[in-house]
Design a protein around this ligand. Sequence first.
Ligand code: C5P
Length: 288
Amino acid sequence: MSKNIIRLSAPAKLNLFLHITGRREDGYHTLQSVMVFVNTGDELKLSPHDSLYIDIEGPFAEPLDKPQDNLVYKAAQLLAAQYKIPARAKIILTKNLPVASGIGGGSSDAAATLKGLIKLWNLPDDALLLQKLALQLGADVPACLYKKPVWAEGIGEKLTALPDMPDLHFVLVNPLVPTPTPLVFQQFGSRFSTPLQFSGRRKSTAEWIADLKIYRNDLTDAASAITPVIRDVLAALGRTKGCLLHRLSGSGATCFGIYSTAEDSKAAARALEKSHPDWWVTAADMLK
Ligand code: C5P
């Protein structure tokens, strides 16, 4: 039986910077961002079943009151509808990431579901179709299919791989205050950034940090207005030893610090866990 179980990781996403450059007529915002993924995240187990059965467990499991609102459910239904087949699978989702937290947990779960069901249902591995379905599920879902560093434009669907990034080490901190993305965009208004010319050329960690310091997360003020403790999280990260840069990810409330070694990031995580036991803190390395 166990050989029929497909296991997938749904890693957390970080926006190393996030510039909002405009708003489309459909209300979605255009952006420019470097998105990376780290070795911490949710986990999914998929196996054959005679109906669509989804169970959520783990530290951030929430009861599935309305399964139709869950991105895993939506992804399964969307893929089944595309191929006109019944959506039959047992999906166990282990939620290790805080919800509504700016690190793409739900998007990554949806991307993993699409990939896993392609295998489980023996469907063709059609990358273009998968990208299209992913975008229907959310702006971050196409990048979450890739799980490696990308330069993202459009609403997050125009992706260019960044294969030459140096090893980066992170601490992720979430104050456990859900911060809904639509609210943050509403608060943001229309102080748009001018689009920038971005070069994905090979750069050292020091060069990356110097560039990232010029860029920003444009949603920081808006997210902090909704969830003021974000300012405290950023300040606490900035005080940790070896922190090269600290910033909000996505629409928050998760913030991250960048460190040049895993020893530094682990030590910083330990210090933050001790000083703020009520925050979610984890050290993680970038996936390449
Ligand atoms: O695409 P996703 O479901 O993650 O987005 C959630 C909400 O965030 C959207 O309904 C929209 O209000 C806002 N959003 C946006 N522009 C983006 C991404 C998200 O306006 N590029």
